[in-house]
Design a protein around this ligand. Structure first.
Ligand code: XLS
Ligand code: NI
Ligand code: NI
Length: 435
């Protein structure tokens, strides 16, 4: 044990009446929800970067946090790993996620950085065995170092593409070794600042090639996890190629990867793209590419990716509704891609952030399950589309009717449809009964 969390004990479920700020009031891992343990539905993961690498800076000022591992070398990285697994254990988080750059200091060369990554992975391997905490996903940071300022896979310099490819390989190797259940690619700087210096067709082909190689390597090495792309519309670049779920789906189709790659959807990114979170989740589900989620929230005034811990139950509930309707997570889970505010400088703030986030998700999940178990909402939808069950409507949908066939029937039957209410207010009230 380190002395970082000084005397804080494992966070336990105490029920909704508890006033203990270091207890769960809604997240009860063993509670059964629609026949499955809550822990197995939600599959929480702590994000290493925001919890242990984030320094509390903003555009107007630097570091506000004091962490004993900042500025250190490999010893500091090992200390950080000790504290990280203490946090996972205190929270009872079944999973964690990391980028290479979060866990090891950068080396002098590619070989040196990879050696360091592997050394930390040795430590993770032991800690995973000791604590039972698992790896939800691994990923490569291809955006912080200045070599990636013009993009990684989409860089005009093929040497940067090559360096990125080798870095992805190293991170996939470590993810596989640690039993990771997914491998994520967020296109940190895969986009442009100005079209004046950018060949979009060339850059998209580069991105398609990189992703194809990732998929090939997954199959070659027998990695069982899912490959996930994380959409985001802008920030850090003005325009990111993986703009939103719809854009990513089109990209996957173009490069023939739609059966190989799924998406990791983040709340804040959905908002930046001008969508709701549930829109992105529902669209991914409709396309069969729903993989995992990055759970956070954005400030609705500031217009950038504020990565706050979630506290909006209705927003979370509607997303879990679509996840449950899709059959729940398979390899995916709920990763807290959320960071503390820069004045929240104490170790215990890390606990408050996660406890609140986990409770919010638990309430959202229970509300979603209640909506499904009650059945009136699903019955409404069933009824609204019931006309499509008739043989004639089915024939139109299956492509067995032409425009001429349909026109003949409209004329013969004198079809003149009568509008029906969409009942939006009724539905809003219905959902409000559960959230
Ligand atoms: C940044 C992204 C990032 C990814 C992992 O906005 O959310 O944190 O989840 O690279
Ligand atoms: Ni994310
Ligand atoms: Ni993000």
């Amino acid at each position: 044990m380190t002395d970082f969390f000084k005397g804080i004990e494992k966070i336990r479920y105490e029920g909704p009446e508890s006033t203990n700020p270091l207890a769960f009031r809604h997240y009860n891992p063993d509670e059964m929800v629609m026949g499955k343990r809550m822990e197995d539905h939600l599959r929480f993961a702590v994000a290493y970067w925001h919890s242990f690498a984030w320094e509390g800076g903003d555009p107007f000022g630097g570091r506000t946090f004091e962490r004993p591992w900042f500025d250190g070398e490999m010893d500091a990285a090992r200390h950080k790993a000790d504290v990280a697994f203490e946090l996972f254990t205190l929270l009872g988080s079944p999973y964690f996620c990391f980028h290479d750059a979060d866990v090891r200091p950068e080396g002098e060369s590619y070989q040196d950085s990879t050696k360091r990554l592997n050394a930390i992975a040795d430590i993770f391997e032991e800690k995973i065995a000791q604590t039972g905490v698992k790896l939800l996903w691994g990923t490569a940071n291809l955006f912080s170092n200045r070599r990636f300022m013009g993009g990684a896979a989409t860089n005009p310099d093929p040497d940067v593409f090559a360096y990125a490819a080798a870095t992805i390989k190293a991170n996939m190797d470590v993810t596989r070794r640690l039993g990771g259940e997914n491998y994520v690619l967020w296109g940190g700087r895969e986009g442009y600042e100005t079209l004046l210096n950018t060949r979009m067709d060339q850059e998209l082909d580069q991105l398609g090639r990189m992703l194809s190689m990732v998929v090939d390597y997954k199959h070659k090495t027998g990695f069982k996890g899912a490959i996930l792309v994380e959409p985001k519309p802008q920030e850090p670049t003005k325009h990111q190629y993986d703009y939103d779920v719809a854009t990513v789906y089109g990209f996957l189709k173009k490069y023939g990867l739609e059966d190989e790659v799924k998406v990791n959807i983040e709340v804040g990114h959905a908002i930046l793209a001008g969508h709701t979170f549930e829109h992105e989740v529902a669209l991914a589900s409709a396309h069969g590419i729903l993989g995992s989620i990055d759970m956070n929230r954005n400030d609705y005034q500031s217009g950038w990716d504020t990565d706050q811990f979630p506290n909006n139950v209705p927003e979370v509930a509607l997303a879990y509704y679509h996840i449950l309707k899709a059959g729940g997570f398979s390899t995916g889970g709920t990763n807290f891609d959320a960071k503390l505010r820069r004045q929240s400088i104490d170790p215990q703030d890390l606990l408050h952030g996660h406890i609140g986030g986990m409770d919010t998700c638990a309430r959202g999940l229970k509300a979603a399950a209640a909506i499904i178990e009650d059945g009136s909402y699903d019955a409404f939808l069933e009824d609204r589309y019931a006309g499509w069950k008739t043989p004639e409507a089915q024939a139109m949908l299956r492509g067995e009717r032409t425009l001429e066939d349909i026109t003949a029937r409209v004329e013969a039957d004198n079809i003149n449809p009568r509008p029906r209410s969409g009942r939006q207010e009724y539905l809003e009230n219905l959902i409000n009964r559960f959230v």
